[in-house]
Design a protein around this ligand. Structure first.
Ligand SMILES: Cc1ncc(COP(=O)(O)O)c(C=O)c1O
Length: 463
């Protein structure tokens, strides 16, 4: 059968997908899977032309809006000029992107460093693990419970969810997972106002004696080479930690010669209102890993920045890492244009202002639906709405799933037309809407989002 004949209608497409596509990705998180045919700004469109306001923007990969004209033009120009080049050879955009990121880090943190590109976020995480192992001579790292660093084998080993590892054998170098300061659900049952960062104290105390299994006091060395952090947990539910936790954690790590690796794959490039989310925390990482929004979801490009001592040409010589599509010319061209755009426009102010407007609206929504919304929080345009039972704390995963599925039906009504709403559910208990709207959203679009959310909550109200 000619391929064109296979693309006739939705029912046939779904039938073909069922027969010929692996179910191993996340498409079947929704049944039946949803098909979209167009996108623009903060909207996705289904085959009937119904707009779906997207509040997740491809897990924050398309932060700068679908079909962003400036970024799409950069891609088109590169398509005409230098669309392909083996990454063994140099092209200007690669060098310029690396220089801009390294110079930014130098200005911001006062530390010199270098950039290494790869294709996707997980691959860049793998590269960062190589740098850590190579520099420290240690395989083991700390990472946070609720942390997500990707699904290659190495990245799965430092991602806390056992579900992602269960079928794939023994992970000898699995991270030691440490409680993240998730204050709404404090694991110790304490209150932020009075806890005095008890959770960080518990981590620091691990180094008190060799019998806590992380520190050899005689040799003055830890078995762990690095601590992997997400400044704001992404997949974990857009959890916003107290700054003081991290300033203390940095002290503990410095004292024990443990590197800090900052995973900015989801929160980097202004999602939280700063270029790097870690800037909110007042600490200086040794390695930063980035991806996603750098190319606004066009050609994939990810990478790491590492402090000079960790990545000198002597320590990390040619051939230390490689992937055919790393530093591809289309991705670097978009990334360069994007970095220029970030320098020219005041994203910090714009994202903080829009975020404040959105979070205020979400708090009003919470007042109206107290029996469904346990927590609302936000930093920049990384926002969270935690769905709970009427007691305000017991997670209500079923309700979150129901609201999510209802939004995808595309039959909400507002302003005289039909709309859908694209949400994403994350969090430790899969009961948190992790909201990452497009930076291009106008106030009016934010108000529309709030109106559509209100409608969804009213529709899904427990009887
Ligand atoms: C914080 C974080 N790290 C790593 C990854 C993995 O990146 P990728 O999906 O591009 O492999 C993700 C993806 O969602 C992420 O959010």
């Amino acid at each position: 059968m000619p391929i064109s004949e296979t693309k006739t209608n939705t029912a046939e497409l779904l039938d073909l997908e069922r027969k010929y596509c692996s179910f191993g990705d996340t498409v079947h998180y929704v049944e039946p899977p949803k098909i979209f045919v167009g996108c623009e700004g903060c909207y996705l469109y289904d085959e009937d032309g119904t707009p779906y306001l997207d509040l997740q923007m491809w897990y924050s990969a398309a932060s700068f809006g679908y079909k962003n004209p400036r970024l799409n033009d950069a891609l088109k120009r590169q398509l005409e000029r230098l669309p392909q080049l083996a990454c063994q050879y140099l092209h200007a955009e690669k060098v310029e992107v690396a220089a801009r990121i390294a110079r930014y880090c130098e200005q911001r943190f006062g530390v010199k460093g270098r950039v290494q590109f790869n294709v996707g976020g997980s691959q860049a995480i793998e590269d960062s693990l190589k740098i850590v192992r190579n520099y420290t001579g240690k395989n083991l790292v700390f990472a946070f419970m609720g942390g997500y660093h990707g699904r290659t084998l190495g990245a799965s080993a430092i991602t806390s969810s056992y579900r992602y590892r269960r079928r794939y054998g023994h992970f000898g170098d699995r991270a030691q997972f440490v409680f993240y300061p998730y204050c709404f659900r404090c694991i110790y049952g304490l209150k932020r106002e009075t806890c005095n960062m008890y959770c960080e104290d518990q981590f620091a105390r691990l180094f008190d004696t060799e019998y806590h299994s992380v520190w050899d006091a005689k040799a003055q060395t830890s078995e762990y080479g690095a601590f992997y952090i997400e400044p704001i947990q992404g997949t974990g539910g857009y959890v916003i930690p107290p700054r003081e936790y991290f300033t203390r954690l940095q002290e503990t790590c410095r004292k024990r010669n443990i590197l800090i690796v900052d995973d900015e794959i989801q929160m980097g490039f202004y999602r939280t209102g700063k270029f790097w989310a870690v800037e909110h925390l007042g600490i200086t990482p040794d390695i930063i890993v980035f991806g996603k929004a750098l190319t606004n979801g066009l050609n994939p490009l990810a990478g790491i920045w590492a402090r000079e001592e960790l990545i000198t040409p002597e320590l990390f010589p040619p051939g230390s890492t490689h992937s055919t599509f790393s530093s591809n010319t289309l991705g670097t061209a978009v990334a360069l244009e994007n970095l220029k755009m970030m320098e020219e426009e005041d994203y910090e102010q714009m994202v903080m202002e829009k975020g404040a407007w959105f979070v205020a609206g979400l708090k009003e929504l919470q007042l109206r639906h107290r029996d469904m919304i346990g927590d609302v929080d936000g930093l920049g345009l990384a926002l969270r709405v935690e769905i709970c039972k009427p007691d305000g704390i017991t997670p209500d995963r079923e309700l979150a799933d129901q609201i999510f599925a209802e939004g995808l039906k595309g039959n909400l009504e507002a302003r005289g037309r039909k709309y859908g709403l694209v949400l994403d559910v994350g969090g430790y208990y899969k009961n948190v809407f992790t909201i990452a709207p497009s930076f291009t959203s106008s106030r009016d679009e934010i108000d529309l989002a709030l109106e559509l959310l209100d409608q969804l909550f009213r529709r899904c109200r427990r009887s």
